[in-house]
Ligand binder design. Structure first.
Ligand code: FAD
Length: 478
């Protein structure tokens, strides 16, 4: 059963019989989930049981924070309710060790196949190889439930520019905006006790000092409500407002997309329905991507620009992490960037800060401090400021290696949408020229694109922004 281009068999033998386990990881949703639907189809063909497993890595996994679980646990609770209504048990399995023990495999007597989410990050590669070592004869499938065009279909290699990736993605996207099939009620259900959320929440091991999801409501239903609100109130002005720091012009969908509460394919399908309710989405998406970004029609420009961010930019980030194992470090930067940064290595830094000073938002620059505090307090920094924020970390760190480490650490610790390919590539774009081109040389940056404070000041009422996020901090302009 491999005619589905979103699925890959990772082991040598395919599924024959026995319980099918869907090991949910980043795509925390019950509907519109290709991995779950694929697992259900496998099970259905053999009238087998279907079980969904989610693992809580109960140590400070990837710097795991209470904020991460404040999003994940309510999302999972919602998934559990929907799955139960479909006769599908959810098992939340708690791992205490870095080397996964897969103890749930022993509690299920007759596992015939395991289906996992495609995640292009190193922890998932380790997870998959450890699983295959321990269970070499259990068929393991990987399904890309996250991207519109599955990462292995979009391109067979690392793409060095967004331009080259865009061309390939635009050629294929119309084939991949088909609607989802429906999750069916399982005829036979394995008996399994409801998840003991209280025990899980009480025993969570994570950084407790970073918590709360700000004004967001996690989960699938909230994701759909957020999308509707975006179409109703912001889509038509998205192109001109998304970079305005004093406007709430972005969709604020990233925490939902990142945790898989909604898929990018669902977002594209709804966008197409919203724009042309009576036309097939594949035709509408064709029109959107061929629309002139600079045209006078605001809505068409905005739709194209939203698709550019939500699909092209996000999926080129997946491409980078999928094909480049050094996605989160200096080593992953393109050679031209490493050369130019090496030449600039000994350039005098006007300011130098430690990680603790960055983390505490105590730099001399009140815009930077405000952006940092927006992230720490609300869990989401404005998109335009993320570029400025990361570039200044390069400017004020002793080396580009350290700058990248600091940016990734802060991004993964505080952003609700952190630990995501977009985050690694956002930092690598800003600090290491990934998917960018060489610019004019200047101290510290070499040929990496520079961003000046004056550029940010043109993006809206900066004093209001600073005041909002720095009410009790006193710093001066640089
Ligand atoms: P919108 O503008 O409404 O965009 C809709 C969706 O498009 C986003 O949710 C996201 O999935 C995608 N998108 C938008 N901009 C980009 C982009 N530049 N690259 C890739 N995809 C994009 N995004 C994350 O999801 N997680 C991160 O941890 C993250 N860290 C970043 C760090 C830095 C230094 C930089 C420069 C960018 C980072 N981004 C990250 C990308 C981008 O800033 C956010 O996706 C965006 O601000 C999220 O807000 P939104 O959903 O309201 O965006």
């Amino acid at each position: 059963m491999l005619e589905n281009p979103r699925a890959r068999l990772l082991s040598s033998s395919p599924y024959k019989q026995g319980t099918v386990v869907y090991h949910m990881c980043r795509d925390i949703r019950a509907h519109d989930n290709d991995a779950l639907l694929y697992a259900q189809k496998l099970a259905h063909g053999k009238q087998a049981h279907l079980v969904v497993v989610y693992t809580i890595w109960n140590y400070e996994w990837l710097g795991g924070t209470q904020r991460f679980y404040d999003w994940v646990i309510p999302s999972l609770k919602e998934v559990e309710v929907t799955l139960r209504a479909h006769n599908i048990p959810l098992i939340v399995h708690v791992e205490h060790r870095r080397t996964p023990a897969y103890t749930y495999m022993e509690t299920l007597s007759d596992v015939g196949a395991v289906v996992v989410d495609q995640i292009p990050l190193s922890f998932m590669s380790r997870w998959k190889s450890a699983f295959q070592k321990k269970y070499p004869t259990t068929p393991l499938y990987e399904v890309d439930a996250h991207n519109v065009v599955p990462v292995w279909e979009a391109s067979s290699k690392q793409e060095f520019t967004a331009h080259a990736f865009r061309r390939k993605l635009h050629e294929k996207i119309t084939l991949f905006v088909d609607d989802y099939s429906t999750l069916h009620k399982q005829a036979a259900s394995l008996h399994h006790a409801p998840v003991d959320w209280q025990a899980i929440e009480t025993n969570l091991v994570c950084r407790k000092d970073v918590s709360g999801v700000g004004s967001y409501m996690p989960g699938e239903q909230a994701a759909h409500a957020q999308l509707k609100d975006f179409f109703k109130h912001k889509l038509s002005s998205y192109e001109e407002s998304r970079n305005a720091i004093d406007k709430d012009g972005q969709s604020n969908l990233s925490p939902y997309i990142s945790h898989g509460n909604i898929s990018r394919r669902r977002i594209v399908l709804e966008l197409c329905k919203h724009l042309k309710p009576h036309q097939h989405p594949s035709q509408t998406i064709r029109e959107i991507i061929s629309a002139d970004h600079n045209g006078s029609n605001g809505a068409r420009g905005s739709a194209a620009s939203f698709v550019e961010e939500c699909v092209v930019r996000a999926e080129v980030a997946e491409n980078f992490c999928f094909y480049n194992p050094d996605y989160a470090t200096y080593e992953g930067f393109p050679s031209w960037a490493k050369e130019t940064l090496t030449k600039a290595r000994n350039d005098k830094r006007e300011y130098l800060y430690t990680r603790a000073e960055f983390e505490g938002a105590t730099t001399h620059d009140d815009i930077w401090n405000a952006a940092q505090m927006q992230m720490v307090t609300s869990g989401k920094m404005h998109g335009y400021l993320r570029m400025y924020w990361a570039k200044k970390i390069l400017e004020w760190s002793p080396s580009p290696e350290e700058a990248m480490k600091t940016a990734v650490y802060l991004n993964d610790t505080y952003e609700l949408d952190g630990r995501d390919s977009n985050g690694y590539v956002g930092c690598a774009w800003s600090i290491g020229g990934v998917h960018d081109r060489p610019w004019f040389g200047r101290p510290v940056f070499g040929a990496i694109r520079f961003m000046a404070r004056s550029g940010v000041e043109k993006r809206g009422k900066i004093d209001t922004y600073i005041h909002t996020w720095l009410s009790d901090k006193h710093t001066s302009h640089d």
